[in-house]
Design a protein around this ligand. Structure first.
Ligand code: T3D
Length: 264
């Protein structure tokens, strides 16, 4: 399988759909897939035709984290430098997702384990099939939760649930994940892709600049003081207020019609 086949990429109506595509390995990450996903997200940064991203997985799983076949200790040799692999692969991708000023929807179509779970949690709006489960599988193999897992779990769930999930590696079913506020929605398996595509399409047809600024503000809120956040809102609103989409939104309201946003 070539690099481009490990992540399928399709752009339609402003939505860049990236599909992790190693289904026989539950879409676990080898180096090709790491590079392909990173290239996909980078394209979303660079290409103004992309106004939203939809990330999902092929087959019955979303992503089982790192391909452990590539870490087989029985092959001998020195232990791998996993700090280096995080620097090389997971961390740049996480940063690209979080810094992308366009919405990223994740459709978790099946099990999301290890870094696979945490990449899903880094996305902006996560929908999951009711049969999907999230597993902080790291403790089962002697690792710590990476790909931003300790950060997002502690922030979203608080210490008690974050610690229990990571220390026990117990699976968390999609509906409970939604009840806990870890994801946006758990939906019937048969409806997942239709709902995720409709959501991504509506975001792609939205005021891209304003949505991107909103994403950044919400992310920055956790570390800003109220004063800093008020200033940041003022600056972002100033920018949004100069956009063509703001003019269109107000005009459409006054003309009692739907807005036709151009993303500028
Ligand atoms: O290394 C670094 O760079 C550091 C970064 C680490 C990040 C990480 O993500 S570490 C965590 C790695 N992931 C895991 O530990 C999860 C391993 N997988 C599982 O525990 C289970 O597969 C699942 C709970 C995810 C699903 O279980 P189940 O019973 O639904 O499926 P299965 O039968 O275990 O898996 C189906 C196939 O996918 C199977 O292959 P086979 O036997 O049919 O040829 C299985 O070996 C393969 N597979 C699943 N996960 C991985 C994998 N192959 C390689 N690596 C995997 N992570």
């Amino acid at each position: 399988m070539t690099r481009s086949e490990t992540v399928l990429s399709a752009l339609a109506d402003g939505v860049l759909t990236l599909t992790l595509n190693r289904p026989d390995k539950l879409n676990s990450f080898n180096e090709d897939m790491h590079r392909a996903l990173r290239e996909g997200i980078r394209r979303a940064h660079d290409d103004s035709a992309v106004r939203a991203v939809l990330l999902t997985g092929a087959g019955r799983g979303f992503c089982a984290g790192q391909d452990l076949g590539d870490r087989d200790p029985r092959r001998g040799g020195p232990a791998p430098d996993l700090g280096h692999t995080l620097d090389m692969f997971y961390n740049p991708t996480l940063r690209l997702i979080r810094s992308l000023e366009k919405p990223v929807v994740c459709a978790v179509n099946g099990v999301a384990a290890g870094a696979g779970a945490n990449i899903a949690l880094a996305c902006d709006i996560v929908l999951a099939a009711k049969s999907a489960r999230f597993i902080q599988a790291f403790a089962r193999i002697g690792l710590i939760p990476d790909a931003g897992g300790t950060w997002s779990l502690a922030r979203i769930l608080g210490e008690p649930r974050a610690k229990a999930l990571t220390l026990t590696a117990e699976p968390l079913m999609a509906e409970k994940a939604a009840d806990w506020g870890l994801i946006w929605k758990a939906v019937d398996d048969a409806d997942l892709m239709d709902q995720a595509q409709a959501l991504a399409a509506s975001l792609a047809a939205g005021p891209t600049l304003g949505l991107g600024l909103t994403k950044r503000l919400i992310q920055d809120a956790a570390t800003n003081s109220l004063d800093q956040q008020l200033d940041a809102e003022r600056d972002a609103q100033q920018q949004a207020g100069r956009s063509a989409d703001y003019a269109e939104g107000v005009t459409a309201f006054l003309e009692k019609r739907s807005a036709r946003f151009s993303g500028r």
